[in-house]
Design a protein around this ligand. Structure first.
Ligand SMILES: [Zn+2]
Ligand SMILES: [Zn+2]
Length: 224
């Protein structure tokens, strides 16, 4: 298996959607790189100016990551946002998308593509793993497998199996709360609610509602 394949199979080890998790990790690394190395980089500065300081989600995420890391702290973010506030005072307005939204979306495409290319080999691992592809990434993957009906059918079976298992765990969790119940929910059952939300809605990494509303869905698809 190549490096991308090994990385993907590692992503299957945890619960939840492996693509969402990988995007989350990528997003965090990108933010840290900007804060470590590019606070005064003219190109990065331009990107922040054009979006007046990223989208709402990524602006707060950037601050959160900076404050959560003692090696970073608030200085770099302050320098960036002081610059943005200044250009706003000089009359600059928001005219481009958030840099991080764009980077994360590009990464998402690469990850789904890599998964589709190696699925034949990775499917047995996916089946036996606790991971469940979220609805969005499952559908993106299905789209890529249209020309491989056999593999697609196998994926559909595995996904259905996983969702049925998730449903029975969530039911067992609900039952454990019944006043007649004499047992406490297991750890796996207690995880089922979050896993169900993650399957239906993904992790909050894909796109901020703010920038989606601002530009409309056409922008998401590159149609503008
Ligand atoms: Zn996902
Ligand atoms: Zn963003």
């Amino acid at each position: 298996m190549d490096i991308a394949g090994i990385k993907l199979s590692e992503a299957f080890k945890g619960s939840g959607c492996p693509v969402c998790r990988a995007m989350e990790k990528f997003e965090e690394d990108e933010i840290a790189t900007i804060l470590y190395e590019h606070v005064t980089d003219p190109e990065i500065r331009r990107k922040f100016r054009e979006s007046l300081g990223l989208c709402t989600r990524h602006a707060w995420r950037t601050l959160e990551i900076a404050l959560g890391n003692p090696l970073l702290g608030p200085l770099g973010v302050s320098i960036i946002y002081e610059d943005v506030l200044n250009v706003y005072l000089r009359g600059e307005r928001e005219r481009d998308e958030c840099l991080l939204c764009r980077l994360v979306k590009d990464k998402e495409k690469i990850l789904v593509e890599a998964l589709a290319n190696r699925l034949e080999e990775l499917l047995p691992e996916y089946r036996s793993s606790p991971a469940i592809l979220c609805r969005r990434h499952y559908e993106m993957l299905v789209e890529k497998l249209k020309k491989e009906p056999k593999l697609l059918k196998k994926l559909e079976e595995v996904q259905r199996e996983k969702l049925m298992e998730l449903d029975s765990r969530l039911k067992a969790f609900i039952d454990a709360y019944d006043y007649r119940s004499t047992r406490r929910p297991t750890k796996e059952e207690a995880r089922a609610l979050e896993e169900t939300i993650e399957f239906l809605k993904g992790r909050p990494v894909v796109m901020s509602a703010g920038s989606e509303n601002r530009r409309g869905r056409g922008w998401l698809l590159g149609l503008k």
